[in-house]
Design a protein around this ligand. Structure first.
Ligand code: UD1
Ligand code: CA
Length: 457
């Protein structure tokens, strides 16, 4: 096998997106387009990957980090000019270079691998990944000679009416002999309708030099969709969503209504988990097996153990154990740790809190900045008073504590192991272990008071 290199084109502004955000940073299923491309390329055996940055360079670089090398394209003079910028890193090296556009988020590693193989087997100097599509508008067209051999690529804007009828298009992904590529790039001119240096012109240049130029046609056009505007962005999102949902279903996850279920690409879900409609599962969420998630639930970057249920709720950046029951209508805010067999019921909000095994907050509570032990029962309407308008304070509730309904625990405060807090208490001082704490006004019954009132009338 030859050395392999990759160049990702990501310097364009993306005028047609009509956006403040640079095109390749627009997300498809929660991940920026260029990150999708880089993630797929990373799984191939590539010696050096160079991303061409220009518009929003720092932002693209911040997104991709050190997974790629970078070359700056100061002015966006066209795709050939963009690839030339990688010359400082790649020029002269022996091997095969794959060039991929940062705006083709659906391209798969296995297709790129097939493209490499095809290119290597045919000992070609250039191989274009092409596709036949119903509506080729906007794409470069593949021009073949009478023997069916690739001659050149003509951009839509430069094409004659006859050429525009051709429905085999340039997907924007190619393999090149690295040395031949950088050599040919020097001969590309900008004598065309857009006044740009076109990378596709390298094909004609190599062909005229008598080199082997081939095409590898993919059957899955969807994979090569180039996103230039928001309509295509939504289309890419739909295709990626389908693909992800299908993979989970084939893996043993039941998705009741795939058209109404939104799972981002890095999510993992165990077997026999059922996802109900209206559910969004985002970020690096990992869900165990035999869970029930949804309906109408949003989970972002959480870890959830086996056999747990999350109904009609929202959970963010938290860890949730096994046999946990959440919802309906619960809100788990970031940095919470909910251990096994916990119940978080309706209208309960949890923030930056630990819940020990088997503890319950079944109705109408706010528990924030708290350490709750195991087998604790937090009665309906009880809250932690964690904020004095300036600072946040910790509430500690030890194992086996019973908090009566409608209690306020004014932090910083701790409730010792096995203690009871009477319903309606406002607790401002620590409660010792095994104690009963009552902190509410004494009840006064005024006998026959109503009769007295009536006499006054
Ligand atoms: C390009 C191809 C076209 C192909 C299509 C597939 C050219 C001239 N045309 O057209 O044949 O059918 O992709 O989707 O290559 N970029 C830079 N620097 C530049 C110009 C572009 O980095 O100076 C980057 C863009 O950020 C983008 C990619 O290159 O990620 C493609 O550029 P774009 O303007 O979208 O090309 P298309 O018109 O789609
Ligand atoms: Ca494009």
């Amino acid at each position: 096998m030859h050395n392999r290199y990759a160049v990702i084109l990501a310097a364009g502004q993306g005028t047609r997106m009509k956006s403040k955000l640079y095109k390749v940073l627009h997300s498809v299923c929660g991940k920026p387009m260029v990150q999708h491309v880089v993630d797929q390329i990373t799984s191939l055996h590539i010696q050096e990957m160079v991303t061409i940055i220009g518009h929003g360079a720092e932002k693209v670089q911040a997104q991709l980090g050190d997974s790629s090398l970078y070359a700056l394209q100061d002015k966006q003079l066209g795709t050939a000019h963009a690839v030339m910028q990688a010359g400082s890193i790649l020029d002269g090296k022996e091997g095969v270079t794959i060039v991929v556009c940062g705006d083709t988020p659906l391209i798969k590693a296995e297709t790129m691998e097939s493209l490499f193989k095809h290119h290597e087997e045919l000992k070609a100097k250039a191989t274009i990944l092409t596709a036949k599509i119903d509506d080729p508008t906007g794409y470069g067209r593949i021009i073949r000679d009478e023997n069916g051999l690739v001659e050149k690529i003509v951009e839509h804007k430069d094409a004659t009416d006859g050429e525009r009828k051709i429905n085999e298009i340039n997907t924007g992904t190619y393999c090149f002999d690295n040395q031949a590529l950088f050599h040919a790039l020097r001969n590309v001119s900008n004598d065309n309708v857009q006044g740009e240096y076109y990378l596709p012109d390298v094909i004609e240049i190599l062909k005229k030099q008598g080199e082997v130029v081939t095409a590898f046609q993919t059957i899955d056009f969807a994979e090569t969709l180039g996103v230039n505007d928001r309509v295509a962005l939504a289309e890419a999102e739909r295709i990626m969503r389908n693909r992800t949902n299908e993979a989970h279903m084939r893996n043993g996850v039941t998705i009741i209504d795939p058209l109404n279920t939104y799972i981002e690409t890095d999510v993992e879900i165990g077997q026999d988990t059922v996802i109900y409609p209206g559910t969004m599962i985002k970020g690096k969420t990992i869900i165990g097996s035999d869970c029930q998630i949804g309906p109408n639930t949003e989970i972002d970057s959480c870890k959830i153990g086996n056999d747990s249920v999350v109904r009609q709720s929202a959970a963010y950046d938290s860890s949730i154990g096994a046999y946990v029951n959440i919802g309906p209508f619960a809100h788990i805010r970031p940095d919470s740790t909910i251990n096994d067999e916990v119940k978080i019921g309706n209208f309960v909000e949890i923030k930056k809190a630990v819940f020990g095994k088997g503890s319950k907050a079944s109705h109408l509570s706010y528990i924030g900045d708290a350490e709750v032990g195991s087998d604790v029962n937090i009665g309906c309407g009880s809250i932690t008073v964690n904020y004095d308008g300036k600072n946040k304070y910790l509430t500690k509730i030890e194992d086996g504590v019973f908090i009566g309904c409608n209690s306020n625990l004014v932090a910083p405060v701790s409730i010792g192991k096995g203690a009871y807090v009477a319903a309606g208490s406002t607790i401002t001082k620590n409660v010792p272990s095994e104690a009963l704490s009552i902190a509410r006004a004494q009840q006064v019954n005024k006998e026959n008071y109503v009769q007295k009132l009536n006499l006054k009338k």
